[in-house]
Design a protein around this ligand. Structure first.
Ligand SMILES: [Zn+2]
Length: 291
């Protein structure tokens, strides 16, 4: 019996280890539906539990941020329609950064809606090669996806305008070379608020911050990114993953008449400070190891 148990445990460990490897590419929460909801003004959440999508509605059509995995496209469409908008009215598609979990569905969304795909300069080659030009994951087949043609190339500080909506593209490179943090203003209850949608401040496992031949200025870019994030005025704190800003914790507190839980300037500052500390710790570790 004991022998049977130990073999069983071993098999269980193996199964979990295998699953762990798969989860690294595709967390089950990424494709788990989440209720779509109104954030403020003309800004709506249309993402899944683990992958964030935002819809900005205007009288001249809508702007969608992120396309996620290909499997998320029907979820995004359903969320948009649940809110009473039309998926076909998506005129502009933007992304947080050129990684599969935020841009693999772009070709599909372009095909279904005819949206114009607008991407930060240094991420263009990655999305147009379906991930092959990525400095870290380009030779990993499991991270590749259908290429999508970019219709307009953005540079740091450029604006995306549609029907009175204005989004500003802030280059916050490091996580990818063209990682983009979006800012905009929303008006709700007669007040105007600053919105920040963080691109990604994470140093992924395996990222080389020192002597990185495929991305020599990576460490300087990360530092510049933190300086940019610290300089942005933020009332509504949002980001490319719900986990950045506590989507699941805050959503139940969204009630008529109550303070909007997504207005969280202190949470934003704390998040940026923690991520900068993580980056500095990792950089110090890698610098020491490289000596
Ligand atoms: Zn990423």
């Amino acid at each position: 019996m004991r022998k049977f148990i130990s073999i069983f445990s071993l098999l269980l460990i193996l199964a979990l280890a295998t699953a762990g490897g798969a989860f690294a590419q595709s967390d089950p929460e990424w494709t788990e539906p989440f209720p779509p909801f109104h954030i403020a003004g003309n800004l709506y959440y249309v993402g899944s539990k683990g992958l964030a999508n935002y819809l900005i509605t205007t009288p001249q059509g809508n702007i969608l941020i992120n396309s996620d995995l290909e499997a998320n496209v029907p979820l995004i469409q359903a969320s948009i329609e649940k809110l009473g908008f039309k998926f076909a009215d998506t005129k502009i598609l933007l992304i947080s950064h050129a990684h599969w979990d935020h841009d693999a569905g772009s070709a599909k969304i372009k095909e279904l809606t005819g949206a114009s795909y607008i991407v930060m300069d240094a991420d263009v080659s990655v999305v147009e090669s379906g991930g092959k030009a990525d400095f870290q994951y380009g030779n990993r087949p499991e991270f590749l996806y259908p290429p999508a043609k970019v219709d307009r190339v953005l540079h740091d500080g450029d604006e995306v305008r549609l029907g009175g909506a204005v989004l500003v593209a802030h280059l916050t490179a490091g996580h990818t070379k063209g990682c983009t943090t979006w800012s905009m203003r929303v008006t709700e209850g007669g007040k105007t608020y600053n919105v920040v949608i963080v691109g990604s401040p994470n140093v992924n496992p395996g990222y080389k911050l020192v002597h990185n031949n495929s991305y020599p200025q990576i460490a300087q870019d990360y530092q510049r990114m933190f300086d940019v994030l610290k300089s942005l005025p933020c009332d509504f704190f949002l980001g490319a993953h719900g986990g950045y800003f506590g989507l699941e914790e805050k959503y139940p507190h969204l009630k008529p008449g109550a303070a909007n839980p997504f207005i969280d300037p202190d949470g934003y500052k704390k998040f940026v400070a923690e991520k900068e500390q993580e980056f500095r710790t990792e950089l110090a570790k890698q610098t020491l190891a490289a000596k």
